[in-house]
Design a protein around this ligand. Structure first.
Ligand code: PEP
Ligand code: MG
Length: 590
């Protein structure tokens, strides 16, 4: 943090999505539920306070009832959890005790409820019985829901903001990010988050300048402060001096001019000067993103992150609902390829509806295919919808987070059963769909040859592969500087995967954010990857780089990189070698 002029303050964070915006701050403190104040209630207002509490309980109950109504009946586990939560709203220990605490201590409802919940949790913590322990957690979840109505966090929806602002938040979930209205929100900044966290990925696909991992933005910034957000360098200037403002206005213009120039050429093919061709596809989160994918010059959808359909809906969609969406995507892109990934839920992509279990380490928990194999009805619903939609275009099926051969064989067994079932029902569907797995866990890299026996393609997910190889949480700003795609250990992981794929004649795509950063391309090119999928916003710049390169210039880069001991030296070596070609020439505009 540095101060220059009278009011000016500069904060350094992490680049989440490139570009510059200048505008007024609008603070949305999504952590509001954590900060509960205790205040006294006069005797004469106690009945009001109790009614305020009862009202919040009713609203929370109604929200649950709506969700339950919208759920498919075969989703037994989720229904059971929600129905048991419904009973807890009027639980004697929670409901009546909270009312009594308001009256006896003459204090506000949220403080009384939080206090009562803590006491109940203490009692349950002591018991051995696992069922009762879990009940303690259920009570806490129900209580947080009521508190969110009491403190009004519920009323604060990003989609309700009706002026052009820069959002300032402690954290924004990927689901909230996908709700952002582009005509209102110019950019956003958060205290938490890392470069390739899902929140940053969505910001990139929306092309909004974003800085994450600022640590203290919500403390240092007040509503209506003038902000400069430089998403390319991760710098925030609060109440800038006149000359600083002027220089950033110039930089913004240069950035936008450059982006327009890149867009102009984005429909040209991605072929190097010596004629080596590459496929550049888009990663998308919603069907609507197809427009941006097309505009960017993508030749297909290399990764459809289907979980955002679920996060936005806040319930589990039916087979028919999924089928309609997948069919629309297949038809829109036909004959270009579309890779649909099955649900990669949990980890950092969580919605209250999936929060049946509290996890200490969500990234290492019941995420993606692990969740789907434990909830096979949800998995089967998706597979059926994908196989049926596949007859309307050029569709492949991708399974996330495979970490053992056994897991993959279980998936294939379920897929076989799904095919039999669809046949029995006389449905029209694609039986021999191309099947791929994400390679994003080190154990999958080590077993790539064995896994390659059973699939048509690998899709390397570097966001998670880096997270799990280097033990760096994608979301944790404290260790974000250690999240290094060009770390030699990561390069070796990639090499093992590429070699195993070549041996087993399996196609390789890279769909992690590593593919969308120009600095990584020369090395990836030399290592033999020809298919890349990335945020649509990155495609024009990567095309420009490929078109300016001669593949012979990349010869020997991999061996050379491994001779260096640290990543910074590898980055410098590449920057230096290619410094005369675009986009490295205009480094401050990347
Ligand atoms: C990845 O892990 O690299 C990936 C593409 O998947 P996601 O970012 O959705 O985890
Ligand atoms: Mg992943």
């Amino acid at each position: 943090m540095s101060k220059t002029g009278v009011n000016q303050l500069i904060l350094q964070g992490i680049s989440g999505s490139p570009g510059i915006c200048i505008g007024k701050a609008y603070i949305i403190d999504r952590e509001g539920v954590d900060v509960i104040k205790r205040y006294s209630i006069p005797e004469s207002m106690l009945t009001n306070e109790v009614n305020r509490f009862k009202d919040a309980v009713e609203k929370a109950k109604q929200e649950y009832a709506q969700i339950i109504d919208s759920l498919d009946e075969d989703l037994g586990t989720e229904l059971n959890i929600l129905e048991s939560h419904m009973l807890l709203f009027k639980d004697k220990m929670l409901y009546e005790k909270s009312i009594q605490t308001i009256i006896d201590n003459k204090i506000n409802a949220e403080w009384a409820l939080r206090n009562t919940t803590r006491q109940i949790k203490l009692i349950f913590r002591e018991v051995e019985d696992l069922y009762l322990k879990a009940r303690g957690n259920d009570i806490e979840q129900v209580s947080e829901k009521i508190i969110s109505y009491l403190v009004g966090v519920h009323d604060e929806k990003i989609s309700d903001i009706n002026k052009r602002v820069i959002l300032v938040a402690h954290d924004i979930s990927p689901a909230d990010t996908s709700q952002i209205q582009l005509e209102r929100i110019m950019g956003f900044i958060t205290d938490r988050g890392g470069k390739d966290s899902h929140t940053s990925i969505i910001a990139k696909s929306l092309k909004i300048p974003t800085v994450v991992g600022l640590g203290t933005a919500t403390i240092n910034i007040k509503n209506d402060d003038l902000l400069i957000v430089d998403g390319s360098t991760g710098v925030i200037v609060i109440n800038p001096d006149e000359d600083v403002l002027l220089s950033y206005e110039e930089k913004r213009e240069r950035f936008e001019r450059n982006r327009a120039l890149l867009a102009r050429d984005s429909h040209l093919p991605a072929v190097t000067k010596d004629g080596v061709a590459f496929n550049l596809s888009s990663n998308i989160e919603l069907i609507e993103d197809v427009v941006a994918a097309r505009d960017s010059g993508a030749t297909g959808i290399g990764l459809f992150r289907t979980e955002f359909l679920y996060l936005d809906l806040k319930r589990f969609p039916t087979e028919e609902e999924l089928f309609i969406k997948y069919k629309e995507l297949a038809e829109l892109m036909n004959p270009q390829p579309v890779t649909i990934r099955t649900l990669d839920i949990n980890g950092d992509k969580v919605n209250p509806i999936f929060k049946g279990i509290e996890e200490e380490n969500p990234a290492l928990g019941l995420r993606a295919i692990r969740y789907c194999l434990q909830n096979s009805n949800i998995f089967v619903t998706q597979l059926k919808a994908i196989l049926r939609a596949a007859t309307f275009g050029n569709v492949s099926l991708l399974i996330p987070m495979i970490s053992t051969v056994h897991e993959l064989l279980t998936v294939k067994k379920i897929l076989k059963d799904v095919i039999l079932d669809l046949e029995k029902k006389g449905e029209t569907f694609k039986k021999d769909i191309s099947l791929g797995i994400m390679i994003e866990v080190p154990s999958a890299v080590m077993m790539a040859e064995e896994l390659g026996e059973h699939v048509d393609f690998f899709s390397i997910g570097t966001n998670d592969l880096i997270q799990y190889t280097l033990a760096i949480d994608r979301k944790n700003r404290q260790v974000a500087h250690l999240f290094q795609p060009l770390n030699p250990a990561v390069l070796k992981m990639l090499k093992l995967t590429i070699d195993a794929a070549a041996k087993k004649d399996v196609n390789v795509v890279m769909c992690g954010e590593m593919a969308g950063d120009p600095i990584n391309i020369p090395l990836l090119m030399e290592m033999g990857i020809k298919d890349f999928s990335m945020s649509s916003a990155s495609i024009p710049i990567i095309k420009q780089l490929i078109r300016n390169l001669d593949s012979k210039q990349t010869k020997g880069l991999y061996e050379k990189a491994l001779k260096y001991e640290n990543t910074a030296a590898i980055v410098d070596m590449i920057k230096n070698k290619f410094k005369d070609i675009s986009p490295f020439k205009e480094e401050d505009l990347i």
